[in-house]
Design a protein. Structure first.
Length: 140
């Protein structure tokens, strides 16, 4: 029914892993918005994406956890334009971008030490705060 979404060579979202529903868009548009279903909701079965390794799948699920429905499918919506076909292409591009972002391995963080200046500023601020608070204490 749908064309597959090619994220990059070897990574494909098959067309049968996608399903779509058109609904009425919210927002401005005059009387047209009340009668035309131009907003697109695109469901993607993430388990059917081909060519992703386990780490990329984990990153994708972490990125999309707030956009998953009860069945674990990704729901992507688009109501950017008044045209249903353009909104479908926009939603497909959003899916492609999400999967492409999950494929990128994050650079590992290298532990660094604070600079001498930052340590001195932090200690000076602590001493200043301590003097301020000790000045507030009533002498018994």
């Amino acid at each position: 029914m749908f064309d597959p979404i090619v994220v990059r060579p070897g990574v494909v979202v098959p067309g049968d892993a996608l399903s779509m529903r058109a609904v009425r868009a919210s927002g401005p548009g005059g009387q047209n918005v009340n009668k035309v279903a131009s907003k697109v909701q695109l469901w993607v079965d993430l388990s059917r994406i081909q060519g992703m390794d386990v780490a990329a799948r984990v990153r994708l699920l972490a990125t999309c956890k707030n956009s998953l429905d009860a069945d674990g499918q990704l729901v992507v919506t688009s109501q950017r334009t008044r045209d249903q076909r353009q909104n479908l292409e926009d939603a497909r591009e959003k899916v492609r971008a999400l999967v492409a972002r999950a494929l990128e391995r994050p650079r590992p963080r290298r532990a660094t030490r604070p600079t001498r200046g930052s340590v001195e500023r932090r200690i000076a601020e602590k001493k200043h705060r301590a003097r301020t608070k000790s000045g507030r204490r009533g002498e018994d």
